[in-house]
Ligand binder design. Structure first.
Ligand code: ZN
Length: 276
């Protein structure tokens, strides 16, 4: 059951397609229940291509984000910082503090500080550094402080050093896969150009909308949401039973940050009302 006051979900990520790559299911669940969803890409994505870069690429990625946001009725911001050059500086921290205070989220999703991409790590560090500071009035006094931290959760990754992501929240997204594919397909410069080029399978990308949807199901979904389901198979089985858990193809998993508000039982029922 959705609560009567809409919940506010804020994703703070490094690149314009990161939210859709890991949290397409949760964003869709929130929007379908009438809750407010917004993502902030801290960089403009201007390095994420093999043939285009700079302002031209940033403009393309902004347009792709407009389309993706429209799929589920979400809001978004893309900040004008260069892709691949993000550092967790004091200025960036202040921007993140202002953004969290202004949006007043119930739940924030972000990256972990152990991740392959330096921009992801920088964003994770910025959110971690903002987590307590959002409640301190003397820090960034131009934007009123929050009385309480929001809950912060890390989006799934499969890195194991220094620690594997703890699956505090774990659920299948098989029934949402078409929407997730639609969301990520909006980022054509990534889904059908840069990422397959970078992975050496650009020659497998077909032309035509329907063929590309099938390609996404076979290449993109297993690589992100499928790998998560496989990595956390035991967890899915323990929560959903052997029959359902072992049949899940695609999943989302989140770890609750210990640096922000804890996910007590009341908050768990409120923020993840759809879980068993
Ligand atoms: Zn990214």
């Amino acid at each position: 059951m959705a609560s009567s006051t809409p919940l506010r979900l804020l994703l703070i990520v490094a690149h314009p397609d990161d939210a859709e790559a890991r949290s397409g299911g949760l964003m869709t669940i929130y929007r379908r229940a009438g809750h407010v969803v917004k993502w902030i890409s801290v960089t403009n994505g201007d390095a994420g291509h093999h043939e285009i870069s700079g302002p031209e690429l940033a403009g393309i990625r902004r347009g792709e984000s407009v389309n993706a946001a429209a799929v589920i009725g979400a809001d978004f911001e893309i900040w004008d910082h260069h892709d691949g050059q993000l550092e967790p500086t004091l200025e960036r921290r202040w921007e993140v503090i202002r953004a969290i205070r202004s949006f007043q989220p119930d739940l924030v999703l972000t990256h972990r500080t152990c991740d392959y991409h330096p921009d992801h790590r920088a964003v994770a560090q910025l959110v971690q550094d903002a987590s307590f500071s959002v409640t301190v009035p003397a820090i960034v006094p131009d934007t009123p402080a929050l009385s309480k931290d929001p809950v912060v959760a890390y989006m799934a990754d499969l890195f194991t050093r220094p620690a594997r992501l703890r699956p505090d929240i774990c659920f299948p997204v098989d029934d949402l896969r078409d929407t997730i594919i639609e969301l990520f397909s909006c980022h054509a410069s990534q889904a059908f150009e840069w990422l397959p080029f970078n992975r050496g399978n650009l020659d497998t990308v077909p032309a035509g909308e329907e063929a590309r949807k099938t390609w996404m199901l076979e290449h993109f979904m297993p690589r992100l949401y499928g790998n998560v389901a496989n990595a956390y198979r035991d967890e899915l089985i323990s929560r959903y039973g052997e029959e359902i858990g072992s049949g899940v193809n695609f999943a989302e998993v989140y770890e609750i940050s210990e640096y922000a508000a804890p996910l007590d039982l009341e908050k768990r029922r409120k923020l993840f009302w759809f879980l068993p």
